[in-house]
Design a protein around this ligand. Sequence first.
Ligand SMILES: [Zn+2]
Length: 315
Amino acid sequence: MRLKMPQKLLKTAHYIELGSYQHWPVLLPQRIRLYTYEQAPLFLRENPYITDGYRAHLPSKLCLKSIFILSNETVNIWSHLLGFLLFFFMGVNDLSSLLPASRANREDYVIYAIGLFCFQVCMLCSVGYHLFSCHRSEKTCMRWLALDYAGISVGILGCYVPGIFYAFYCNAFWRQVYLLTVLSMILAVFCAQVHPSYLSNDWKVIRMTIFSCVAGIGVIPALHWVWLNGGLTSDIVQLFFPRVIVMYLIAGSAFLFYITKIPERYFPGQVNYLGASHQLWHILVVFMFYWWHQTAVHIMHFRHSQPCPTWSRKS
Ligand SMILES: [Zn+2]
């Protein structure tokens, strides 16, 4: 087959292993071949409602170049790549203008840096997975998938750290208790991810349960914070509790799209490239992180302008 091809085409073609086809010419960058669900390798067949647009069997270089072609991963890649840039520039803005203007102390700088760094790590791990899930080696794809999951844990950590720090600003004891609890919880999730079965389909439910627990357990410090601050009628609770509710609503709807595979479940093959549940999940995650960062800004301003009550002890 190779010998019969025109010389000009040979120069621009890249030959890759393709299952039963021995060599398949792939032209760069627009001519990377896309596969249907049935043609895609088994480990990529995770969502039968996405019927086409799969990249597969590519070497690293072509995985990278495939960022510029329209596949069923394009929106997934770009949404979190732009999300990464958003949090990177927000970090630059925080450290160079927002925090100095708010007369922030060293602790504020550390907390903001940790939060936004976690968000950026989460975005990049996700970009990496969606970019390299088409790699010809299944082992490489699985490593990126593990990193994507690890990135979600880091992202959740990035929400907890500023949330707990400012919620328990006036109560050093509980602040330390909750920060340590969250850190050990995330560490435990990392340990679970090392388990050889963690990425298998059999563990799908366990994976989802772990993530919902890690995110949902935040309800405990939230309610404790309401109680410590004098209940639902107190000023600070009235100001910030609705923001916490909105945060959980965004997280809940993001997770719902993720597990239910809506809307493609009702329109199989119609939203392969645009509008699929995973894309909605990605966009909602970016929005959730952004919302939580803005909440941290508000509560920091509140705490800087209103001294801690006399019953509390600020560390
Ligand atoms: Zn994703």
